[in-house]
Design a protein around this ligand. Structure first.
Ligand code: 5GP
Length: 113
């Protein structure tokens, strides 16, 4: 069964898409945790970071390139932003299709909660 995020890729579920290319899609998070909260996903389903391998690793580079570009487009690249990938229960992952959270527009805390 397709993941929620694959259903967004396939336009079966609506989302506010902010960036797309052949490899990745990015859209606004439905429950934003910052003034800007974008999710960047590969168009290939990979459940968790644990499932990444040498053949799929270049997709993560594509995700970071998209994050950089989106940050520039949002005008937050110089003030700064945070990029996070959660993995499994203790990481706080709830959707099992890897994604980067791009958070920006406020000062981030460290350590994260
Ligand atoms: P995770 O907890 O797996 O790291 O992040 C999943 C993210 O997906 C959460 O921040 C959550 O708000 C977001 N999310 C869950 N369902 C939807 C949805 O249907 N549409 C959008 N745009 N975001 C979603």
């Amino acid at each position: 069964m397709a993941t929620l995020f694959t259903r967004i890729i396939n336009r079966e579920i609506p989302a506010n898409i902010v960036y797309e290319n052949e490899k990745v899609l990015a859209f606004q998070d439905i429950h934003p945790q910052a003034p800007h909260h974008v999710l960047i996903i590969p168009k290939t389903e990979i459940a968790t970071l644990n499932d990444l391998d040498a053949s799929t690793a270049p997709l993560v580079g594509e995700m970071f390139l998209a994050a950089k570009e989106i940050a520039r487009t949002l005008g937050v690249d110089q003030d700064g932003y945070r990029v996070v990938m959660n993995c499994n229960r203790d990481g706080g992952q709830t959707v099992f299709h890897i994604h980067l959270h791009l958070l920006a527009g406020r000062s981030m805390h460290w350590p994260p909660g």
